[in-house]
Write a protein that binds this ligand. Sequence first.
Ligand SMILES: *Cc1c(COP(=O)(O)O)cnc(C)c1O
Length: 370
Amino acid sequence: MTDQITIPAELLPADGRFGSGPSKVPAEAMTALAGVGRSVMGTSHRKSAVKDQVGRLRRGLADLFSLPEGYEVVIGVGGTTAFWEVAVFGLVEDRAQLASFGEFGSKFAGAVKIAPHLGEPTVVTGEPGGAAYLSAEDGVDVYATPHNETSTGVAVPVERVDAEGLMLHDATSAVAGLPVDMSRTDCYYFAPQKGLASDGGLWIALMSPAAIERAERIAASGRYIPAFLDLKTAIDNSRKDQTYNTPAVATVFLAAEQVDALNAAGGLDAAVKRCAESAGTLYSWAASREFATPYVADEKLRSNVVATIDFDGVDAAEIAKVLRANGVVDTEPYRKLGRNQLRIATYPAVDPADAAKLTESIDYVVERLS
Ligand SMILES: *Cc1c(COP(=O)(O)O)cnc(C)c1O
């Protein structure tokens, strides 16, 4: 029966990609990538064709985030998961305090916990669907939290805890879609396959002078640091628009395309507004339907880049299956959350008009399933 539900074309989004990561890559960026198929792809990452793309991405991000004096854009290979280990070796001096309120915050906390060279961290936990809050603590030299917890759709504001500890924010899904004042963070890091509409394989960190100084001091301290995870090496290479080892060149290019497009379309403020519009459409629709409720009860914590909607009286997995059969993909919830839910990314690349169409598609499907 599920297979037989055909959503009328006029109710379908123009682009049916709503995955939280990897996420929609704009068609224009793919066309642009094809255009450099010979001049950039398949050429040396130590020569100007590729280095120019790395430089374009670094400058574009500095612009998009209005980086304060002395902040630097640092790039390395391996995604956000690799950056957690980079931070374990190169940013945490001894004791960290970490917020864990979903899958990704919990993973970074786990990486810090098992590091034999670090002191026992403080892990502040929150129930999925809620947040966890950092607070000033003696002896803590790094405070870390997700800016947006992609697994649950909970976002917290970027704020400093105290004057001593470095602030680390995992912005893999928040980047370019949620507001941030960079003076309130020392390391705003992400992989580019979610909020930045690119592909995976890289980590990018926007680092304050204090974070750079910390990385340099730890590197000089004699601590054992695997070369691949050496933040000082990454900083040195980034200053030359390079990476320590071979980067994912297409990922660099697609990220640079998206950052340039966002800058041309009004910068971070405009992108933040666009995401708020898309997410607002989904939340107010859910609130107006008997069968749907926003999962995150506290409105202040509801993410404008990943909207999680619980369903009642209808099987969300069936809805997702019908949507997929109709070309609307990746609305399934985070697998380990185990809820009767849809998770819908409303990143800057997603057209707010498509978010609205999605609600019409879901209405159509629910009417036929229930
Ligand atoms: C997806 C995600 C990660 C993991 O990113 P990888 O590039 O796959 O390592 C980490 N943190 C957050 C918040 C994420 O959404």
